[in-house]
Design a binder for this molecule. Structure first.
Ligand SMILES: NC(=O)c1ccc[n+]([C@@H]2O[C@H](COP(=O)([O-])OP(=O)(O)OC[C@H]3O[C@@H](n4cnc5c(N)ncnc54)[C@H](OP(=O)(O)O)[C@@H]3O)[C@@H](O)[C@H]2O)c1
Length: 289
């Protein structure tokens, strides 16, 4: 299949491109050096040779959650207007669009897992801008798949695992937030699933996608401390004790029942985190040789 990937050098985009290529797909990759999704003309020009594509996958986004609180206009432009421009272009060329969103569209006040039809009430500019992007795609082009994902990590980005590994090495004690729940999700797992899915897509619409099982940042950190075999003492902390520019939902648990019913699910988070760390270690060893 001929597939367009936006945000192809980002954390998720990189893994999606390599998974698609491994499966023999013809990938047409774009990042900020080749397209500006905020600009309609740039979208039309850059994608002009791809009007016969079978799918467009949008991994492009402005993902600096705290910076979004300062950079409102950039956040809404990349996360709101960008997806709208892409959806319009896709509709004009009858190409289905696959897009990623976030659990930050919710306020985290719900007691149980969030389902796709739950009311959105974002606490941050990032969450609001991503919600705007979802709505733009939904109103512009019916042939869409939107996947809300969360707590991503992967070898081509900066994320909690990397940060924690450095902190564990350099500190004797650490305080980690223990009242925010979610599910760490490996970008390589999403990439494998997307590669299978595009061959036979589910019904168009919105889906929640995350690893199986849930945790808090604190329990996640303790799990990583054991894997890294570090001795640092980790203590639980309340969100209020670690103020950040952007508010995060306390309960970010996404119900994956709809995706599971459609035949799609990801591995357990602990299995994937262990596999990821093992992979990183073996690559580091190979480099050191
Ligand atoms: N990271 C997470 O924990 C997380 C959680 C929930 C949802 N998500 C969603 O998952 C998706 C992928 O996230 P990620 O972490 O992989 O993102 P990322 O690593 O920050 O990558 C973002 C990509 O977007 C491209 N980009 C930014 N502005 C652009 C513009 N104006 N025009 C064209 N391309 C542009 C960047 O290009 P350059 O490479 O050239 O800079 C980069 O390749 C996003 O939709 C994000 O909102 C992420």
């Amino acid at each position: 299949m001929k597939i367009i990937i936006l945000g192809a050098t980002g954390m998720l985009g990189s893994d999606i491109v390599s998974s698609l290529k491994k499966s023999g797909h013809d990938c047409h990759s774009f990042n900020t050096s080749t397209i500006n999704i905020c600009d309609k003309i740039s979208v039309h020009t850059a994608l002009s040779t791809c009007t016969d594509a079978d799918f467009l996958i949008n991994c492009a986004a402005y993902t600096q959650v705290d910076l979004c609180e300062k950079e409102h206009s950039l956040a809404f432009s990349v996360n709101g207007t960008g997806p709208k421009n892409l959806a319009i272009w896709c509709r004009e060329h009858m190409i289905p669009i696959l897009h990623f969103s976030t659990d930050y569209v919710f306020d985290g006040e719900k007691k149980g897992p969030y389902v796709e039809t739950d009311l959105c009430s974002p606490l941050s500019i990032y969450g609001t801008s991503k919600w705007q992007g979802e709505q733009a795609i939904q109103s512009e082009w019916s042939q869409h798949l939107i996947f809300r994902v969360q707590w991503l990590y992967g070898q081509h980005g900066t994320h909690f695992i990397q940060t924690l590994q450095t902190l564990l090495k350099n500190r004797d004690t650490l305080c980690i937030v223990a009242d925010q729940k979610g599910s760490p999700t490996w970008t390589a797992d999403i990439a494998t699933l997307i590669t299978t899915l595009i061959a036979s897509p589910p019904s168009w619409g919105l889906y929640h996608l995350r690893s199986q099982g849930e945790t808090t940042w604190y329990d996640y950190a303790c799990f990583l401390k054991d894997i890294f075999d570090e001795t640092c003492t980790i203590s639980p902390q309340k969100t209020e004790e670690y103020p950040r520019p952007a508010k995060r939902p306390k309960n970010g648990i996404l119900s994956t029942d709809k995706a599971t019913r459609a035949g799609y699910s990801l591995p357990k988070w602990k299995d994937s985190v262990s596999a990821y760390v093992k992979m990183i270690y073996s690559r580091q060893k190979q480099k050191d040789r």
